[in-house]
Design a protein around this ligand. Sequence first.
Ligand SMILES: [Zn+2]
Length: 293
Amino acid sequence: MNRIILFCGSFFLLAACGPRTLQPDAPYVCERCDEWNEPHIPFRIHGNTWYVGTDGLSSILIESDAGLILVDGGLPQSATLIDTNIRALGFDPFDIKAILVSHAHFDHAGGVAALQRLTRANVYFSEAGKAILTTGRLGEDDPQYVADSDEGSFPAIENVTAIGDGEFVSVGSVNVQAQYTPGHTTGSVSWTWESCALNTCLDVVYADSLTAVSAEDFSFAASGAATRMVESAGKIADLPCDILLSPHPFFFGMYGKLERIDEGNPFINELACTFYAEEALGWLEQRLQAEDR
Ligand SMILES: [Zn+2]
């Protein structure tokens, strides 16, 4: 036994103890996948909060005094880019202690399996969504579920810890709170934490998608998803919120804000969560009118 441990800890480290470089899963193919997966330069949003995602899919790194937290993993083919971005900022991916997921779709959870194999971090998600992550297959209640089809499937994630609404994932002195916000999916979670810089502490909200996107026959009204979405929009609007982030950079105006980065910090906007919720309700209204026709 001792000999095996010695072997494992020395010469045969790579072969016997698992990969130390990222081993990506097969890429997901979709109409917008290539566009979403264009690389993006990583940057600091504020204090402990860094953008490490691709051009069209957010991935957020939170720094603590005892390790890192990663929020979302993009597509399967995004994992390599996220790993590269984390290293480019001078962080070590092996310091990631927790990976949080916003919702269990291929474009935000697709890269998580490979990132977990690399970092051996714990993955945290809602009770309702845990089974989707561990199987990599959409549930029948998912608006994008297509019967008898692999549509939307993504690499299964081995170990997922379910976390309740309002509970915290803590790494060092950073506490990230789970805010259940169902609607886009049943298991959707928004995540909130505090980011401090120059003695100013701000509330960051990673608000999950609030878009009514679905497979052909799904009804947001009849399924109750519309009601859940309205409640979730209200919850996001009411959260303490100085900085809004979300799974697609487009939702929080990242590109325009980066162009104004020399004028203070354009990511700080205490009305951003309210606007986000209002916009979502507008989209939902349009969708419900279309369902009525
Ligand atoms: Zn989605």
